[in-house]
Design a protein around this ligand. Structure first.
Ligand SMILES: [Zn+2]
Length: 269
């Protein structure tokens, strides 16, 4: 049995898990995914993520933040609430936050405002940040650079960008989260090369469930919903790309996640 894995990003507060959330968590544990960081992405999911962490001590932890898709919901009151949530030991990072110019669901100026506010919040809280960037590398990098020295640890979650962008993040001492995007032979092949460039101690694994079902999953399920139990498929693909033993990579990435979030991994076996 491989060392226990840590899924650093799963949206378990998502409505698609409403019918079977406990079963999803049990399947994760059975698959060796002993610890899950539940992503908070807006006012409602922040509260739900912490509630889940409180009812699954040692297994689940939470983040609190506002995803750039929802940046128009930013307010002083929401910032104050995130700061309040961040006082809980179970809330191990601020975010997810950042910029998303791919979907452009909210005006870019508003995304930047919410992003800056959350970086300031993370500095005040002394907690790591869980970062989202899509098609916004230049602006994202410029803003992150302004705050980087005052920030604790940073992870660019669901990294899908170029090797040049990767170099920029590594130069800013960021950790890199890899999802099942790398398992997608249609659009993830560039990541097969990019993951080789990530230093072993900066690499983190995540499902981003319910999104990004790994396409190497066998047998392929009938549905499209991803879940933390499928993290071993991401591990396998990353290990293959790096030419490393999957078990050793599991131990390495779990140790990275423990250090990054300041947690002790749960043991399933
Ligand atoms: Zn994201």
């Amino acid at each position: 049995m491989s060392p226990a894995l840590i899924d650093i990003g799963a949206n378990l507060a998502h409505h698609s898990f409403d019918g079977d959330r406990d079963a999803v968590i049990s399947r994760a544990m059975a698959a060796g995914v002993a610890t899950i960081i539940v992503t908070g992405a807006d006012r409602v999911s922040n509260e739900a993520a912490l509630a889940l962490a409180l009812t699954h001590p040692g297994q689940l932890f939470a983040t609190a933040g506002l995803h750039p898709h929802h940046a128009d919901a930013w307010s002083v009151a929401l910032g104050e609430r995130i700061a309040e949530l961040a006082k809980a030991s179970q809330v191990v990072a601020i975010g997810e936050c950042g910029l998303d110019y791919f979907r452009d669901l909210t005006p870019r100026a508003q995304q930047q405002l919410a992003f800056r506010a959350q970086l300031e919040l993370a500095i005040t809280a002394g907690k790591p940040v869980f970062l989202h960037q899509r098609e916004a590398h230049a602006d994202f990098l410029a803003i992150l650079r302004e705050y980087r020295t005052a920030l604790a640890a940073c992870v660019v979650h669901c990294f899908t960008d170029t090797t040049a962008a990767l170099d920029d993040y590594l130069a800013l001492d960021c950790h890199i989260g890899i999802t099942g995007w790398i398992c997608d032979e249609r659009r993830g092949m560039h990541l097969v090369d990019a993951v080789k460039c990530i230093p072993a101690d900066r690499l983190l694994l995540e499902t981003d469930a319910p999104y990004l079902l790994p396409r190497n999953l066998k047998p392929a399920p009938k549905h499209r919903r991803n879940e933390p139990a499928f993290l071993p498929w991401v591990l396998q693909r990353v290990a293959q790309a790096r030419g490393e033993d999957a078990s050793a990579l599991a131990a390495q990435t779990s140790a990275n996640a423990e250090r990054f979030f300041g947690i002790r991994a749960n043991q399933t076996q």
